[in-house]
Design a protein around this ligand. Sequence first.
Ligand SMILES: [Zn+2]
Length: 228
Amino acid sequence: MRVQLLPSTFDSQGHATSEQRLTCFLIDECVAVDAGSIALALTAEQRERVRDIIVTHPHMDHIASLPIFIDDLFETLKSPVRIYATPEVIELLERDIFNWNVYPRFSELKNEFGPVMEYVPIPAGEEFRIAHLTVRAVSVNHIVPTVGLVVSDGKSIVAFSSDTAETDEFWNVINRAPHIDALLIEASFPDSMAKLAEVSARFGQAESQRPGHSRGTHKASLPSNGYR
Ligand SMILES: [Zn+2]
């Protein structure tokens, strides 16, 4: 399985920098996990391939350019962009983003080929299929309904924590997996901002690096970049 973290900031030459303000992972060139930078950093070929997007929760750094992505592709989409999310997250997206005030309700709109966006509700705790992948969404501990993800292509298994503070179920699911090849944890704060991490239900650096969360897996934390 190939996992790419899409960049979200660029220098004056247009090269991606290591500052990671938005979250969007691309799996095997076709399935996105969250959509923070999806409209900013995909290549033209990737834009043609990505039609399945899992939204772990509706915070802006995870969905910032999702409406722009659909807007950009609106006239050319021959099949809808499918948004996989829990019913709670779908409700929040419809209420707060695709509400005709912030953005059009794309789930009600069609182009000449048909619908441009559709929701696929995902059950937390149960496995479901997206493209060639098997995915399990696990509820984690954040200030809005949020899921972490355990994704398998039949050979490799990769886990994404999304935004969470201390959480048991996610680690229990990981520890029951036959193997974990990569674990991607979001760390939003340096240790000096531990209090803010606590009130916003996110990991600081110390929590994300603490041993015992999981069993001998490779961990890769995103850079800290303040409140989100
Ligand atoms: Zn969040």
